[in-house]
Every structure is written in C-alpha cells, then in structure tokens.
Write a protein that binds this ligand. Sequence first.
Ligand code: SF4
Ligand code: SF4
Length: 196
Amino acid sequence: MTNDNNPHDIEKDPGKGAGSEVWDALKALAEGFGMTFRHLFRKPFTHEYPEYKRPLPERSRARIILTRDPDGGERCVACYLCSAACPVSCISMQSAEQKDGRRIAAWFRINFGRCIYCGLCEEACPTSAIQLTPDFETCNRDILSLVYEKEDLLVDHGGKDKEYNFYKHAGVVTQVGDKGTHAREKAPVDVKSNMP
Ligand code: SF4
Ligand code: SF4
C-alpha cells in the first residue's frame, strides 16, 4: 500500500511485467560489457614516464628562475615583494647597491623543499625577474640540496617576458645623472600627474 503524501513511494508501472524488467536488466548488462570490450582494442592514453616527457605549456608552474633584462643585466632589484607575498616564507635575500646606483640582490635564496609553486612571487614581482618554468623535475631525497642560491636561480635570458626592462620605465639616480638623463634612458613617469 502506498502513501499519497510520501514522495519516496515509487509505484510500479502496472503495464510492465516481470519479463520486461528482466529484458531491461540484460540489455543494461550487455551495454556495460560492450563498452568494456570496445576499450580493450583502443590505443591506451598512458605515457610511460620518464621514458616519455610530456611537453608542458610555457605557463606551467614549477622550478623558479631569476631572469635578466634584454641588456643582460640582472632584473631583480631586491625589493622583497616576492618574499613578502610568499605564503610559506621560502624566499630570502639581502639587498645591495651597484656602483651605478642600481639595487641588486647580494644573495637570493629559495627553499624548494617548502615551495608550493603557487606563483604568487611571480605575480608580485615588478621587474619580471622571478618566473616559474615548466621544469618540474626537481625532486631529490637530499632535502638540503633543494635550497637554491642566486647562482642556481640566475639564468642568461629573459624567460617568458623577453623585452621588459624595469629601468627603462623606473630610471635610477646615479653619480653621473638624475633619473631619465642617462644614455638611452626614458624620462621617468610623473606619478602625481594624470597625463600620460
Ligand atoms: S611559488 Fe609560491 S611558495 Fe614558491 S616561492 Fe613563489 S610565492 Fe613562495
Ligand atoms: S625577484 Fe622581483 S619581487 Fe623578488 S626581490 Fe627581486 S625584483 Fe623584487
């Protein structure tokens, strides 16, 4: 007996006999086995790693590098923004100043044993210096070897952002001139003006 007010009660289709239900069950069973059988003859999608290394997109987030600007200079100005943005505090550095007045990292260290490859350091960096690359093969049982120094991080190219040169926009004061007065240097932007 069914209760008209109970939505969980499912009434049987009076037009359907026991033979029809058996037939439906057999049909569903045959369809399931048919699908399995078809997959037996399909080419597998599995790639054997490390024999095959799948090329990853350029924007994949793995091993971090410190890049250079188009003139070959170090992009990092040791502003500590990446270090401040890092949620696991695995970036540390010490700032210094070059003879021409440009800031530079005297030393720069990333502990990849703690890094979670979130990319926040790259987002925070104003000079495009710190970038994540698709190179994910950094695993190592020796945890101390995952502490990378500046020499291990610095590369000789611009990474994803090849053209950007921070000092072309920001300028720098040196003993020989003010911002924007050096050879091939653009005038600095007046931050108090709305004009371009
Ligand atoms: S990717 Fe994330 S966790 Fe790794 S160094 Fe950058 S901010 Fe820190
Ligand atoms: S890598 Fe970028 S954010 Fe980090 S200290 Fe250098 S310039 Fe600043």
